[in-house]
Design a protein. Structure first.
Length: 324
């Protein structure tokens, strides 16, 4: 980049602090990783000065009037408390500035429940958008948009929206990768000590997280064990033995606890792991072996049955820009 791209993050009283600091940290780290000032970050609010986040941490902001909307490359509206979002949505100054900036910006969007403000301002009409899972029903009341209740983040034309809190980091890593390449984005992920760069298609709730939330104490250790042994045979008999139950009793208890049979649950974990391996460009033969399928053909059939596309097509459309 010959000159820095200006990134504006809109904050307000009641803002979720990580919705601001997470994206800001990514863009700041990009400057360090690239060895040049690629981004200039503006933390803005309607009137400037200190705004108090919903966790009590105060953030120093610049007034919207201090920054010309025509010069902004990327505009992001943070999420936060219901009262804070409502006040922001009713702020004419914030609406007018953001509308002008978004009309000229290369891209704009939101982090977490900030999508509710964009919707109230009519800036995501006809778009597919993501938001925090707790806000999906409320956002869905806007008939002029499509809510993706599952994705970590969504790109629809110039509009980028993310789900809850830390997913703003994932989305901004994708923005940096688009600008500066995967090498810089991966360097940032390492600097921020992230476990992995998560692609947008990944669910807000991984199968393991969902299962752990539902698990009875008797199944908690079993879930961890299954995740570490996906390459091995995992039939009901083996799982029941591990849980210290008869196969019939185990099958009934497990299905009641998770709303899925043991076989369905194991397949879900295997295919979720396979998606990550596909995005990382791991060969199909190795993916099949590491996820418990006898051969690539068997794996491909299971993948198509679950997701409706072949592993090859999935890799083609998702893998190139999401390597970890």
């Amino acid at each position: 980049m010959k000159t820095p791209n200006h990134v504006a993050i809109l904050a307000f009283d009641g803002v979720q602090v990580l919705d601001v600091t997470g994206p800001a940290a990514v863009f700041a780290a990009a400057n360090d990783a690239a060895g040049q000032p690629c981004y200039r970050i503006h933390i803005l609010s309607a009137h400037g000065g200190l705004v108090t986040s919903n966790s009590g941490v105060a953030l120093q902001t610049q007034a919207l009037s201090s920054t010309a909307p025509a010069g902004i490359d990327t505009v992001l509206v943070a999420g936060g408390s219901a009262d804070g979002l409502q006040a922001l949505a009713c702020d004419d100054k914030a609406r007018d500035w953001t509308t002008q900036a978004s009309a000229r910006a290369r891209r704009y969007g939101s982090v977490c429940s900030g999508a509710l403000v964009l919707a109230a301002w009519g800036l995501v009409r006809g778009k597919r958008v993501a938001t925090h899972w707790e806000a999906t029903e409320l956002l869905g009341r806007h008939a002029d948009l499509q809510v993706d209740a599952d994705a970590l983040y969504v790109e629809d034309g110039r509009v980028w929206t993310s789900a809850g809190v830390t997913t703003g980091i994932d989305m901004c890593l994708a923005l940096v990768a688009r600008d500066l390449g995967d090498g810089v984005a991966n360097a940032i992920a390492r600097r921020l000590v992230l476990y992995a760069r998560r692609p947008g298609y990944q669910s807000q709730f991984s199968p393991m997280l969902t299962a752990q939330a539902r698990a009875e104490s008797g199944f908690s250790s079993l879930l961890d064990w299954v995740r570490e042994h996906l390459a091995e045979p995992l039939d009901v008999e083996r799982l029941a033995e591990r849980a210290g139950m008869s196969p019939r009793h185990f099958h009934r208890r497990f299905t009641e606890a998770f709303g899925a049979t043991p076989a369905r649950f194991v397949e879900t974990l295997r295919l979720d792991a396979a998606r990550q391996l596909l995005a990382a460009q791991v060969p199909l033969k190795e993916i099949a072996a590491r996820t418990g399928y006898a051969n690539p053909g068997q794996f491909s059939k299971a993948f198509v049955r679950r997701f409706g596309i072949s592993p090859g097509l999935f890799r083609e459309t998702q893998g190139a820009s999401h390597t970890a």
